[in-house]
Write a protein that binds this ligand. Sequence first.
Ligand code: AMP
Length: 556
Amino acid sequence: MLFSEFALLCEKIEALASRLEMRDTIADLLPGLAPDDLPIVVRFIRGLIFPDWSSAHLGIGPNLLYDAVAYVAGWKRSEVIALVNRTGDAGLAVEHLLKEKTQMSLFAEELTLGDVYATFLKMADTAGAQSQKEKLRNAKLLYSNASPLEGRYLTRLMLEELRIGVGEGSVRDAIAIAFQVSPDSVNRAHQVMNDLGEVARIASVDPNALLNVKIELFRPVKMMLAQAGSIEEMVAGSGEVCAEYKYDGSRFQFHRSGERVAIYSRRLEDLTAALPDIADQLSNVVSGDVILDGEVVAIKDGRPMPFQTVLRRIRRKHDVSAHVDQIQMLPFVFDILYRDGAGLIDLPLSERRIHLESVMSGCIAPQIQSSNPDDLREFYHTALGEGHEGIMLKVPGSPYIPGNRGKHWVKCKPEVETIDLAVIGGEWGEGRRAHHFGSFLLACQDDDGSLLPVSRVATGINDEMLGLLFDLFKDRVISTTGKEVSFEPGIIFEVGYSEIQKSQNYGSGYALRFPRFIRIRDDKRMDEIETLAQIEDRYRRFGSRLDPGHDPAREQ
Ligand code: AMP
């Protein structure tokens, strides 16, 4: 496939209003694609370059792209940035610049989809001192061969934000229609393989094979998640329940085959190099080839330290060994997904637990089973007393469903209303905050992943955090209007609030009352932020608890 054909497809989809039309357009296209192009199109169309399980990244920011396009189009860098600010969309700005290009490239070649993907692979592969130069060279190469429309989508792909509104669900349904398989089998294969590109390839060759796909070592799957709930509801729903402490640390998935080990974060980034002590502790107590799920916790004087301590260790890229001894990091394993060639995710939790206890001689999170709410309440208070966040309740008969946030796992912790939202903009501060961003604009997502503003947050940010946030956001500025800036989305804040209100001021139709910054959630991915439907649900639940005239802010 030519990249120009892919760009035309994106343009066509971008103009469609209905998700069903998008789905059908994709479904019509897939069966005719060459086998090598099929997985690439399936990923690119969602704005993804690599499989979901892969921790590969292009590792380029908007500034590098502005340099590349400035060079190819013969403009000044400052002019490029001014144009991006005016259009508010780097893709459209690049398209415009390539139209206005002062000199035609003499040796321009038509880009194929495969060329573009191969160049992206090269970009992701370069590391070390020369890597930015090398990435810049490759970006220039792509732009010099690109038509204006190709430039629009190359830019958006490289920034990992395609903005054509195609969500994971539409692509899954399109694969099911294109290859006449059930959406459930596509969904399940996707949960197990964590790469829709590969799922589409298998569906195109042998739809029956979708039923036999297996979880694989060193291809992490999304982690199973929990809903908020209560002991009483859980016991009423399933009788006997399993309960574990809810550790306030960082989630990990541990893969081991022989001597090779890897540790992945909840966002499926490879953390092996940052956590050598965890890899050692687990390797010492595990026998055989396994995939394990657990939480790593920082411990000082026998008590868990706040979650931020673990994050600090994980983010430390250099000098890891010097810091290994300063804080004790302990892994608590609560699940097993794979053992010696066999996938275990379809087994009930109670059977997985038996496997877990027979492959490991330590590091297992203690678990109790009970149908008595009093026992579970006592366990909950012990957990809090020992400094943990609360408890997790799990249905003993439930399978492990990667990425699922259902009723099989329920978290019980003391009530504080918090919400995870994407940071999409900010405002330059005043006075003490003059050289920093003083407030941040937050957004939730709707069904197709578009971001809808829901609040601003300025309180709860101390001076140290203000500096840290400035460093984090200064290279993410896409456009500036007066004091307002918009940011390349990708960073998530957890904020506390006292109430959700209906509001005309924000695109979501809702606003948070008394929003307060709590922390950066760099363990979460953008598709995990709060959805509009969840906000509506919170609004309804909270609203029904209120008496008329009640002021929730006075509750504390
Ligand atoms: P939350 O981030 O509040 O949605 O809570 C879910 C998170 O709790 C998971 O992603 C884990 O990181 C963490 N967690 C802590 N202890 C457990 C446990 N025993 N079982 C499952 N998840 C746990």
